[in-house]
Design a protein around this ligand. Structure first.
Ligand code: MN3
Length: 199
């Protein structure tokens, strides 16, 4: 079972000017494609070849002899999730069940924004910021490199890539400006709400 690189869920120019065509071309066609290619090569002719990628991620997490499989599996999955965490004309605030749960678990939408910005800005080096469900509670977490919260039993609702390759062409070293654009203009609350509803 080969893991297929999914096409971007929007045009390469759709997130401009917040994320440029050039960034999406490099990020999707080179970085994401590279992880998918290496993942498929790593699982070929192994016990993992016929398993869903989520099962592989959970199975090899923490196994120091399988970090190559883990890193490429998780990065393949994380990027697919990240593309769907954004949309053209995104931003704003969620509604319905998700909005109520954010208010209940963070205190207010602004408190969530503060927590998410802090997670993204303080992830040292490369990694990801996430909105997850942990038990029955929404949390913001950050992960290093390829790490994914599903290995900790948490269910991702939304993610933001804070590796430099996600923003350097558009924002250089200004990671906070990229985070502001993600939350203000790109975040896809419909996707997060669907993920919450499907638990
Ligand atoms: Mn990336």
């Amino acid at each position: 079972m080969t893991y297929e690189l999914p096409a971007l869920p929007y045009d390469y120019t759709a997130l401009d000017p917040y994320i440029s065509k050039q960034t999406l071309e490099f990020h999707h066609d080179k970085h994401h494609a590279g992880y998918v290619k290496k993942y498929n090569a790593a699982i070929a002719d192994t016990e993992y070849a016929d398993q869903p990628i989520e099962a592989v991620i959970k199975a090899v997490a923490g196994d120091s002899s399988k970090t190559g499989i883990f890193n490429n599996a998780a990065q393949a999955w994380n990027h697919t999730f990240y593309w769907n965490s954004m949309k053209p004309n995104g931003g704003g605030q969620p509604s319905g069940e998700l909005a109520e749960k954010i208010k209940a678990d963070f205190g207010s939408f602004d408190k969530f924004v503060e927590a998410f910005k802090t997670a993204g800005a303080t992830q040292f080096g490369s990694g990801w910021a996430w909105l997850v469900v942990d038990g029955s509670t929404l949390k913001v977490v950050k992960t290093l490199n390829a790490e994914n919260p599903m290995t900790q039993g948490q269910i991702p609702l939304l993610t933001m890539d804070v590796w430099e390759h996600a923003y350097y062409l558009d924002y250089q070293n200004q990671r906070p400006a990229y985070i502001d654009a993600f939350l203000g203009n790109l975040v896809n609350w419909d996707f997060a709400a669907q993920n919450l509803a499907s638990i």
